[in-house]
Design a protein around this ligand. Structure first.
Ligand code: SF4
Length: 245
């Protein structure tokens, strides 16, 4: 397990990335190219700041009372956390040794099931898996990569009964599509490890980061989905007995 990792930033009082109050670590590096990425500046694998796992643990442990009071813990997000699996595994192992809940927020782009991946999952209490689109042509248009690896990872999590939440961003031109939502609901319906689906309305909050990097933000004219659209998508899941938030 590696004791050094490259991180983009940390957030000490996260409340939207897992249960309770979370210390959230955003890892540097991602291989997807999502059009709505709100952390565009995390893509470069070589940018960010190198940290030692013990440095982070000192910070994390100072929040222990908040974790205990709120049933919170540590979430590692990104960028893509799995690209630095040995480091995240080392961090999660230390967290668990202190009784701190661990959550992995991932796009599931896992190409090889290495011993490091197994170690990481062994020290992960909860996986939050982003599924961007069930239809591969739309997934490629949205992220520039196939959904093949992500869907295989979801099946792996099911086979090994890793506790999982699914995250699904609703964005016009891509996931407004009821048939895509039905395909996702049918895919995860039999997965007894999936506790809920988080339906996340698209928002343009990361747009300024694209501008700062001199990049074109392709969803410039897209607005967040209406409540009506969100209710229609939600109904697809609830009709199949899948819990959504
Ligand atoms: S997977 Fe996440 S970090 Fe990577 S491009 Fe997509 S939204 Fe951005």
């Amino acid at each position: 397990m590696s004791v050094h990792g490259r991180i983009h930033s940390v957030e000490s009082f996260g409340t939207v990335d897992g249960p309770g109050i979370r210390f959230v670590i955003f890892m540097q590096g991602c291989l997807m190219r999502c059009q709505y990425c709100h952390n565009r500046d995390t893509w470069d694998l070589h940018a960010g700041t190198e940290v030692h796992v013990n440095e982070l643990m000192v910070q994390i442990e100072s929040y222990l009372p908040f974790f205990k009071a709120s049933h919170g813990g540590v979430t590692v997000s990104g960028g893509e956390a799995i690209l630095q699996a040995p480091f995240v595994a080392a961090l999660f192992k230390k967290c668990q040794a202190k009784g701190i809940h661990t959550c992995l927020d991932t796009n599931g782009f896992v190409r090889h099931y290495t011993p490091e991946i197994h170690r990481l999952l062994a020290h992960t209490d909860l996986v939050m898996l982003d599924i961007k689109h069930m239809f591969d042509d739309k997934h490629i248009e949205l992220t520039q990569v196939s959904n093949h690896y992500t869907l295989a990872f979801a099946q792996y999590l099911h086979q090994h009964q890793h506790r999982t939440w699914i995250r699904y961003v609703i964005v016009e031109g891509f996931t407004y599509d009821i048939s895509a939502a039905e395909a996702l609901a049918d895919f995860i319906g039999p997965m007894t490890n999936v506790e809920k689906v988080e339906l996340l309305p698209y928002h343009p909050l990361g747009k300024h980061k694209w501008a700062a990097l001199g990049e074109t933000y392709q969803l410039d004219n897209i607005t967040p989905p209406s409540d009506v659209i969100m209710k229609q998508i939600k109904a697809v899941f609830t009709q199949r007995g899948i819990h959504t938030v």
